[in-house]
Design a protein around this ligand. Structure first.
Ligand code: PEP
Length: 255
């Protein structure tokens, strides 16, 4: 049985003061057990948020990383630097990066970043998912297969908790349109089968999160699906009450 994981992706939101306050509220309200929590603030606030979460059950993650270790890479931040300031998780291949921010953020680049994250013993959260056009063309499982195989090329893990996958249908992110529980389960089961092909028995214990307009009122049903092990939450992670309500729903769904 996988302990559900609820990760908040704050994207490019908050200020130093509101980030610290939000982190404190989440840390104070986190359930004592049965669900793992993490928040991914804007990079510049990561140390402040790590301090606010210190001693709590809430881990901290980054939203991006460089694949190089150090050197002349202006504006970049390495996995070792993220670790140095308290990160545990690193989001990789988020659809906003793949499709909107950086046309160079392809599967090859994501794979290099993922290997760099693993080398520092941080936990990569590999985001995969299809666009609306890809779903309508019946290509959802093919897209997931390509993103998983290329993103995880050459990856070896010794334990299931060294890797997290997030299935995030692009058409559901920030749109209020949520995948049906059956659509989520179908994609997650396919993702699990790809993990099994690569990692064998360990695949049973690798958390596969659903992301895309998860809210307090739909979290329980989605998290009840057998291959859904929690959520990657965007908009609803910016309100502590909503984020904590999703965590509670995920906990109840797996009881
Ligand atoms: C996300 O950005 O990963 C996400 C799932 O966003 P939202 O919950 O707002 O759809």
């Amino acid at each position: 049985m996988i302990t559900p994981l609820i990760l908040g992706n704050w994207k490019m939101n908050t200020t130093a003061a509101t980030a610290a306050a939000l982190a404190r509220e989440v840390a104070q309200g986190a359930p004592a057990n049965g669900v793992s929590l993490g928040v991914c603030p804007p990079l510049v606030y990561l140390p402040i948020v790590a301090e606010a979460c210190r001693g709590s059950r809430v881990a901290v993650g980054a939203q991006n990383v460089a694949y190089e270790k150090n050197g002349a890479f202006t504006g970049e931040v390495s996995a070792a630097m993220l670790k140095d300031v308290g990160a545990t998780y690193v989001l990789l291949g988020h659809s906003e990066r793949r499709h909107t921010i950086d046309p160079h953020e392809d599967d090859r680049v994501i794979n290099r970043k993922l290997l760099a994250v693993l080398a520092e013993k941080l936990v990569p959260v590999l985001c995969v998912g299809e666009t609306l056009a890809e779903r309508e063309a019946g290509r959802t499982m093919d897209v997931i297969t390509t993103q998983m195989k290329q993103g995880l090329a050459g990856v070896k893990i010794a334990a299931a908790n060294e890797l997290v996958i997030a299935y995030e249908p692009v058409w559901a992110i920030g749109t209020g349109k949520v995948a049906t529980p059956a659509q989520a389960q179908e994609a997650h089961a396919h993702t699990r089968s790809l993990l099994r092909a690569q990692f064998g028995e360990l695949a049973k214990g690798i958390a596969i999160l659903y992301g895309g307009s998860m809210k307090p009122d739909n979290a329980r049903e989605i998290c009840s699906q057998p291959d859904v092990n929690g959520g990657l939450i965007g908009g609803a992670s910016l309100k502590s009450a909503d984020f904590l309500a999703i965590a509670k729903a995920a906990l109840e769904a797996t009881r």
